[in-house]
Design a protein around this ligand. Structure first.
Ligand code: XIL
Length: 316
């Protein structure tokens, strides 16, 4: 094979990519695959550009972890996805418990987004400016941003990011928006409103943390609803988990599931690329988050390609 990114580009996509994390970069067998830009033309830092990593105390920014990933992307000739500016999780307590007024929290968001995005200006293809704003029922997540600022906070963050790096594509990213339903509708309504208000927004990221055998049948239709608004879309955090140890039949179904997810992106012109949330089960976030589940990635614990890899290739 010629590699996932090479195949994706030959088929008209911008990239096939993967998340990675700083601690993994000392694993030479891992980086030998990560650095192969025929497999991966784009990388996303899984943790090191998040708020707790970049501004752990107010006004004190640390970019060492993020810089390591950004420098790696540059060295490898890979696109970089910034992740993320505003998210309720991995948020330092000085923000979540800050008891800010609306005016103060606006300044906090503007300063964080502006400083973070400026630091990587010119190095980032796309930023997840807002991550996971909605509950599964389509209501707004009751986090500090919504509780203090209501529905206005995405616009505050997006405008700050646009001013900081006018060439970066600005995204809102979420999970469980891949199927038609209340949460996808809430996201559609949000981006329609942002567009109507003249707020900078370029894309919507679909995380795609799926379960074997449960890829939503309406995924392509939902992607098309967003691209119809003139936005680009991307698959930003793909993995497809199963009960561990994985059975042979689960791994065979997983191959079909990877194929159908990638095919949905291939079928939609405005779907620019696909990112897996790390490529190997060795470093997947799934087992530590979903008890008893794992085996979610296209490479196994030993960095050997699984059937899932063939499923991706079949769609590209
Ligand atoms: C995960 C990381 O992979 C883990 O290492 C970390 O402990 C928790 O966060 N949605 C997102 C990502 O947007 O930032 C999350 O990443 C996975 C779910």
């Amino acid at each position: 094979g010629t590699g996932l990114n090479a195949l994706a580009k030959a088929a008209g996509k911008l990239y096939f990519g993967t998340a990675t994390d700083n601690g993994e970069l000392s694993d030479a067998a891992y980086t030998a695959i990560l650095d192969n830009n025929k497999e991966f033309g784009q990388i996303t830092p899984a943790n090191s550009m998040k708020w707790d990593a970049t501004e752990p105390t107010r006004g004190t920014f640390t970019f060492s972890g993020g810089d390591q990933i950004a420098n790696l992307a540059k060295a490898n000739g890979q696109l970089l996805r910034g992740h993320n500016c505003v998210w309720y999780n991995q948020l330092p307590s000085w923000v979540s418990n800050g008891q800010f007024t609306a005016a103060d929290l606006t300044t906090v968001i503007q300063n964080h987004c502006s400083t973070l995005v400026s630091h990587y200006k010119g190095q980032v293809y796309s930023w997840d400016v807002v991550n996971e704003p909605f509950n599964d029922d389509g209501t707004w997540r009751q986090d500090v941003f919504f509780n203090v600022l209501g529905t206005t906070y995405p616009a505050i963050a997006l405008k700050a990011a646009r001013a900081a790096d006018p060439n970066a594509k600005l995204y809102i990213n979420d999970y469980n928006i891949e199927q038609s339903g209340a949460k996808a509708t809430a996201m559609l309504n949000l981006v329609k409103q942002l567009i109507a208000d003249g707020v900078p927004i370029d894309g919507v990221g679909f995380q795609c943390h799926f379960i074997v055998g449960e890829v939503p049948g309406t995924f392509q239709t939902v992607l098309e609803q967003f691209t119809a608004l003139g936005l680009e879309v991307a698959i930003t955090e793909l993995d497809i988990r199963t009960t561990t140890p994985a059975s042979q039949s689960a791994l065979a179904q997983q191959q079909k599931d990877y194929q159908s997810v990638v095919q949905a992106c291939m079928n939609v012109d405005g779907c620019v690329g696909i990112t897996v949330w790390d490529f190997t089960d060795k470093y997947s976030w799934v087992p530590s988050t979903f008890s008893g589940q794992g085996a979610a990635c296209p490479w196994d614990q030993n960095l050997v390609k699984k059937l899932a890899y063939n499923g991706i290739v079949a769609a590209l």
